[in-house]
Design a binder for this molecule. Structure first.
Ligand SMILES: [Zn+2]
Length: 450
């Protein structure tokens, strides 16, 4: 295969021209590169730069103290996440001052609303707000409750750098992502474009999010960026659903702007509500259901008729399956994270990891879609298992048309993933360890040194 100007120019018996870089694939499988159709890039970068402070990694006080002090001493914040009081009780400022390293520390409780700060952390924040702490700050205990917006304005001078995230994804064979963060707007688009131009972010990006006006995107004058406009993300919560008319109006506005919608549906009620709204408004090509965690059989026909696309996270079977088997109603278990039923019903299906809420390695999802195994080895809903080929193809659609696997052919963009073995071997143990090289638009963005 010859790659030129970002595309596959030729496939066959070719001779390298002088000076042309050459890679010997050694008979191994060359696949279309992977696309993660549901991810949150900046949240993943923040997570990768944080320490885990709760179960299953950290389970008691000595483990937490070791984790906090494991990093070499450096300036700047130490950010911990996932704390749970089963580790060391309700920790506070004094606890962190006694056991943590000497730098500003903030640790987030697993519930997401409480931060615990040490004295250096409180001092840092105090300097940056001239001592005007918000009501949620208790300086004595170091507890900061429900003040994330304030915390961001005080600490978040710079958005996280995405180069580590990009590097990691490239090593999995990922050349394109859809960022599904509901708050994404023009400002976030500018940050993404800037990191693409500077070279830290090397994947193509489709940015879902708010109904930002496409015309305001600073794209046309920056040809080295490859940000594309994605669906309008609607985040439903069963406990406080909007009025039905309000949802219909949101969908209508989005469709008028030629933007498909992407609706977060993790419960049966959220799915029923969304499908009813789409029934009312009509659909636009590209309308999608995120997660479809619980899909009762009687909804499959309606989903097929509406032509919606489902973006699923089979990695949740691995990562959360043991919890599901405990918590989920027995009646709902057979409706949980379906895969095969969507195929059989003629519903387009694509995959995303939802990182950092899931592991960012799509091969974990691909493997779980095949074996339906939880972390502890239990099986969830084996009737929904896919073949290795179906599973890998969940991640092989273009970001603008998920669920339609790309093919390797002359004239196609050179978005490729080279494995270190034949497919016949890779399909028996699906893992990212097999990825040897990744190309995005003809550019080699990952090359493993064997
Ligand atoms: Zn998500």
């Amino acid at each position: 295969m010859r790659i030129r100007e970002g595309r596959i120019e030729n496939i066959g018996t070719l001779r390298a021209e002088s000076g042309e870089p050459l890679i010997d694939a050694n008979g191994s499988a060359l696949l279309p590169s992977l696309a993660d159709h549901h991810i949150h890039l900046f949240a993943l970068a923040a997570r990768m730069a944080s320490i885990n402070c709760g179960p299953p990694e950290i389970n008691n006080q000595p483990e937490l103290i070791e984790a906090l002090n494991a990093e070499s001493p450096q300036a700047g914040w130490l950010r911990g996440v996932g704390y749970h009081e089963s580790v060391a009780g309700l920790i506070d400022r004094r606890w962190l001052d006694s056991y943590g390293p000497e730098r500003p520390i903030r640790i987030q409780h697993r519930g997401g609303r409480l931060w615990v700060l040490n004295t250096r952390g409180i001092d840092y924040l105090g300097q940056h707000c001239d001592g005007n702490f918000p009501v949620g700050m208790n300086e004595d205990s170091g507890h900061l409750f429900d003040e994330d917006a304030w915390l961001r304005t005080v600490t978040g001078k710079r958005p996280p750098d995405l180069s580590n995230v990009s590097q990691r994804l490239a090593s999995y064979g990922v050349s394109a992502v859809t960022d599904m963060t509901p708050q994404n707007d023009i400002r976030v688009a500018e940050l993404l474009i800037q990191q693409q131009i500077e070279g830290g972010l090397r994947q193509d990006v489709l940015m879902a999010g708010t109904l930002y006006p496409e015309s305001a995107l600073p794209i046309s004058d920056k040809p080295s960026s490859s940000l594309r406009v994605g669906p309008f993300k609607i985040h439903l919560h069963e406990a406080r659903l909007p009025e039905f008319d309000v949802l219909c109006d949101m969908i209508h506005k989005s469709h008028l702007a030629q933007r498909p919608i992407a609706v977060h549906c993790v419960t049966e009620i959220e799915l029923v509500f969304t499908l009813a709204a789409l029934q009312e408004t009509g659909t636009l090509a590209g309308d999608r259901i995120e997660h479809a965690s619980v899909t009762p059989p009687q909804l499959l026909q309606q989903m097929k008729a509406l032509g919606v696309l489902v973006v699923t996270q089979p990695n949740f079977i691995l990562e959360r399956g043991d919890q599901y088997l405990e918590d989920v109603d027995a009646r709902d278990l057979s409706s949980l994270y379906r895969c095969e039923s969507f195929f059989k019903s003629g519903i387009r299906l694509a995959g995303g990891t939802d990182a950092p809420f899931g592991q960012p390695d799509p091969w974990l999802a691909i493997s779980a879609a095949v074996n339906r195994k939880t972390f502890k080895g239990q099986i969830v809903n084996s009737a929904e298992a896919l073949s290795p080929e179906q599973a890998v193809e969940l991640f092989m659609g273009d970001i603008e048309s998920p669920g339609e696997p790309r093919v390797i052919a002359v004239g196609e963009p050179a978005d490729l993933c080279l494995l270190d073995c034949r497919w016949g071997t890779a399909r028996t143990a699906l893992t990212s360890n097999r990825v040897r090289a990744t190309w995005c638009g003809g550019k080699l963005i990952y090359n493993r040194v064997d």
